[in-house]
Design a protein around this ligand. Structure first.
Ligand code: DX5
Ligand code: ZN
Length: 230
């Protein structure tokens, strides 16, 4: 997996048919998805529950590209090995999930997975200072984590710019998660993001038996983001 800052679209399977993850993943990849974003929620760190490492392991064979696992759980550390063994390429933990985020990032990298750090909307960019050399991805939450389909929080754009400057030429991705659609994608791309997670904006209007809308949605988000970079 070589590093680059080209725009990558990462559909979140939180908006897919939960009874049909395998086919949904194959459909979005066939329709142009770059990464597959997998939202793990524990009903404690966030007010919603999705699934755990067993489901991640079950869906892994269906993902040809990058498996991007976003852990919205607390505590994190005791589950890292299980998510790594499930085949995750990126494992992202929240800075707010515990007092020892540096240890968590080190533990993720020790498994061989890439380490991601997610920041809630209320957490400033400066909180990531001192951690940049220990991570591979920063996920800027542009909604409060827990649910798909929420409204993009515009105040996060300044945070993206600050993080982009902090990262400099280090090989660290900036991922945006929440409310990404063709109207917000150009804003985050211009601010410095390269990985755009989108749930509702990718899966709307389609299904496994009618997956062309997934492709139209992915292309619309990508085109809007790339146009902002020209
Ligand atoms: C929210 C999740 C997101 C979510 C995004 O807690 O982390 O990945 O699925 O959904 P949309 O794109 O619908 O805002
Ligand atoms: Zn997510």
């Amino acid at each position: 997996m070589s590093f680059n800052r080209s725009i990558k679209i990462a559909p979140s399977i939180l908006s897919a048919d939960f009874a049909n993850f395998g086919q949904e993943i194959q459909a979005v990849e066939a329709q142009g998805a770059d990464w597959v974003h997998v939202d793990v929620m524990d009903g404690h760190f966030v007010p919603n529950i999705t699934f755990g490492p067993a489901t991640c392991k079950a869906i892994r064979p269906h993902i040809k590209g990058v498996m991007d696992v976003h852990l919205m759980i607390s505590p994190v550390d005791q589950y890292i090995d299980a998510f790594a063994e499930s085949g995750a390429d990126f494992i992202t933990a929240h800075l707010e999930a515990g007092p020892h985020i540096h240890r968590t990032l080190q533990a993720i990298r020790a498994t061989g997975a890439k380490a991601g750090l997610a920041l809630n909307p209320g957490t400033p960019a400066e909180a990531a200072k001192g951690l940049i050399d220990d991570l591979d991805l920063i996920c800027v939450m542009t909604v409060n984590p827990g649910f798909g389909g929420q409204k993009f929080i515009h105040s996060q754009l300044e945070k993206i710019r600050t993080l982009r400057a902090m990262i400099g030429d280090r090989p660290v991705h900036i991922e945006i998660d929440g409310g990404v659609d063709p109207t917000t994608a150009p804003l985050v791309a211009e601010a410095g993001a390269d990985v755009l997670v989108a749930g509702s904006a990718v899966f709307k209007g389609g299904s496994v038996s009618n997956s062309n809308p997934y492709g139209e949605n992915i292309r619309a988000i990508r085109a809007a983001a790339e146009a902002a970079l020209r």
